[in-house]
Design a protein around this ligand. Structure first.
Ligand SMILES: Cc1cc2nc3c(=O)[nH]c(=O)nc-3n(C[C@H](O)[C@H](O)[C@H](O)COP(=O)(O)O)c2cc1C
Length: 342
């Protein structure tokens, strides 16, 4: 039994998201109440080649524990070697294997969700990694390759039989990408079919969503991804809802701005690969994600699309606050409002 999945605890996981859940964002989500986290996926071959950039993705701080490093690949023995190398570097709490990535670059090399179409190879990958390492190995999967071949229950049983200790199920097929809605009926069937804990994932954005999915299925935890990109408070809001049945007061615009600033400052302070200019530029899409919960998001996104310094960030936020009454008066037409720049 994984200690964070014991019977009287229902953990909220931060989903691994490539390009998003780096060490800085994970630190913020941990403060906001995320219980368990998984690094964005790294290629086993990248790890074995000691590629510095790949290694950088496996960085974490102890406060982020329990934490898993996620690996993808299609050769179980090589993946086992890569997992051992990671353990030598960093001692994560678990290794997670990616059987869900839909991206062509990964799928074309038989990694990620393509293994859902090749159960013997999937079994071998799980078995070899589980055999190779002294720490728990978990897996994250989609419900199948496409709507005609949904095989999540069969895959979950194979994973359980081959040493996997917990499974996260994202309730979409590979063919769906991120479209449509997550199928929580299939997630529920998987949770009923295996003895190891199943973590449900897909479209959870509030405490009420967590409560509904927990009541509807036998999942032992919930993983949240895109909702946290826009609103990292989602973890604390969900915990508040689970413990009180009431809705927490949403974070204010000022609190959201303070978080954006802090996120940039932390990213600049941690950076070993560029100064403020490079880091703030690389944060543009992250800053844009935060605007989804702010009235007048279009105005902010327009400005963040060009941003390259902390000073500009302060100027944009000050400009927004000067005009904020206009956004708040007409939140329903948020995206139609533009502010003249001068
Ligand atoms: C930008 C982005 C990057 C992602 N990267 C990964 C990844 O590296 N590994 C993985 O297992 N899933 C990855 N995912 C999938 C998420 O972990 C999650 O399964 C998916 O977003 C559904 O959950 P949600 O509806 O809560 O967002 C990624 C998703 C997004 C949006």
């Amino acid at each position: 039994m994984l200690p964070w999945l014991h019977s009287d605890h229902f953990p909220l996981y931060l989903a691994p998201m490539a390009g998003v859940t780096d060490v800085t964002f994970r630190a913020l989500c941990k403060e906001m109440g995320a219980d368990v986290m998984v690094t964005e996926f790294v290629s086993a071959e990248g790890i074995l080649q000691r590629d510095d950039r790949t290694r950088h993705y496996t960085e974490f701080d102890d406060v982020q524990r329990p934490l898993g490093v996620q690996l993808f690949g299609a050769d179980g023995v090589r993946m086992g070697e890569a997992a051992r190398k990671i353990i030598d570097w960093k001692q994560p709490d678990f290794i997670d294997i990616n059987f869900g990535c839909p991206v062509n670059k990964v799928v074309s090399k038989n990694g990620g969700s393509s293994l859902l179409k090749n159960c013997p190879l999937l079994a071998e990958v799980a078995r070899e990694v589980a055999k190779a390492v002294p720490i728990p190995v978990t897996a994250k999967m989609r419900i199948g390759w496409d709507a005609q071949t949904i095989n999540a229950v069969e895959v979950a049983r194979i994973l359980e039989d081959n040493g996997i200790q917990a499974i996260t199920v994202h309730g979409r097929t590979r063919a769906q990408g991120y479209t449509g809605v997550a199928d929580w009926d299939v997630i529920g069937q998987v949770a009923d079919a295996v003895k190891i804990p199943v973590i449900g994932n897909g479209d959870v954005a509030s405490g009420m969503d967590v409560e509904v999915r927990r009541a509807q299925t036998n999942v032992k935890g919930i993983m949240i991804g895109r909702a946290a990109m826009a609103n990292p408070w989602v973890f604390q809001e969900a915990k508040h809802y689970l413990s009180t049945g009431g809705h927490a007061v949403p974070a204010s615009v000022q609190q959201r701005f303070a978080l954006m600033r802090r996120h940039c400052e932390m990213a600049v302070a941690r950076s070993t690969r560029g100064g403020e200019f490079e880091i703030v530029r690389s944060m543009r899409s992250r800053l844009m994600s935060y605007t989804r919960c702010i009235p007048g998001g279009k105005f902010l996104r327009g400005r963040f699309g060009q941003i390259a310094s902390m000073m500009e960030l302060d100027d944009i936020l000050a400009e927004y606050l000067t005009h904020s009454d206009r956004f708040h008066q007409r939140p329903d037409v948020d995206d139609d409002i533009t502010v003249e720049s001068n």
